[in-house]
Design a binder for this molecule. Structure first.
Ligand code: PGA
Length: 246
């Protein structure tokens, strides 16, 4: 039985004062012992977030594939570990678009993250054009085959995030989510073998809110959610944790 994971991605939002939101989020996480809860704030807030709420899982939003070196502006997985992070998002569609990250790079980042002892959340998802063309399953499968690290199990999490659903208020139907997650589970078994695939959680992400979380989390093969906008305040995020606990 995979534990549910509700992870918040603050993206390039938040400042020191935002860390006050973590108090109620940590309390909600404590009240939901069957659910794993994490917040991924900007790098500069990680250490303070860990100090403020040591019981809450804190993650990064990216890491480099190398452990050190001449890579101005980048951060190594081992540095995230030193700051107190326990997980990291890699291959988010915003980074694939803005920083031109390829599947091969995402795979290397995920491998570096897991080698450093972090949980790697590997993101995949199709564009609006791909969705309209009915090619979602083909594109997501190919993305995953290129991006999955060799390791599996509970150190690996896959987040399915249709790009057209991120920050738009749009979500796929429950049937569409079920179909894509089933395909992803198949690719995990094919790539990692049944045993290592079994512990891998598959999150849905893209416009998850208090209003739709219960429905999305009830979809077969959905093991949790990756939440952007609705993770920025405890008021918006706590009901999503509560929905996962039910
Ligand atoms: P959203 O973002 O919840 O604001 O749509 C999700 C994500 O990009 O992880």
């Amino acid at each position: 039985m995979r534990r549910r994971l509700i992870a918040g991605n603050w993206k390039m939002n938040g400042s020191r004062s935002s860390l006050a939101e973590l108090d109620a989020i940590a309390a909600a996480a404590e009240a939901a012992p069957g659910v794993d809860v994490a917040i991924c704030p900007p790098f500069t807030l990680i250490e303070r977030a860990v100090a403020r709420q040591p019981g809450l899982a804190i993650g990064g939003q990216d890491c480099h594939a190398a452990t050190k070196g001449a890579h101005t502006g980048c951060i190594a997985a081992t540095m995230l570990v030193e700051a107190g992070a326990s997980m990291v998002i890699v291959g988010h569609s915003e980074r694939r678009a803005d920083q031109h990250e390829t599947d091969t790079e995402v795979k290397a980042k995920a491998e570096a993250a897991i080698a450093a002892g972090l949980i790697a959340i590997v993101c995949c998802g199709e564009t609006a054009e791909t969705h309209r063309a009915g090619e979602t399953k083909t594109v997501v499968s190919s993305q995953l085959r290129g991006s999955l690290p060799v390791a599996g199990g509970d150190a690996l999490v896959v987040a399915y995030e249709p790009i057209w659903a991120i920050g738009t208020g749009l979500t796929p139907t429950a049937d569409d989510v079920a179909a894509v997650h089933k395909t992803i589970r198949g690719v995990l078994v094919e790539q990692l073998g049944a045993e290592r695939a079994d512990g891998v959680r598959i999150l849905y992400g893209g416009s998850v809110t208090a209003g739709n979380a219960a429905e999305l989390l009830a979809v077969p093969d959905v093991d949790g959610a990756l939440v952007g906008g609705a993770s920025l305040t405890a008021e918006a995020f706590v009901p999503i944790i509560a929905a996962a606990a039910r």
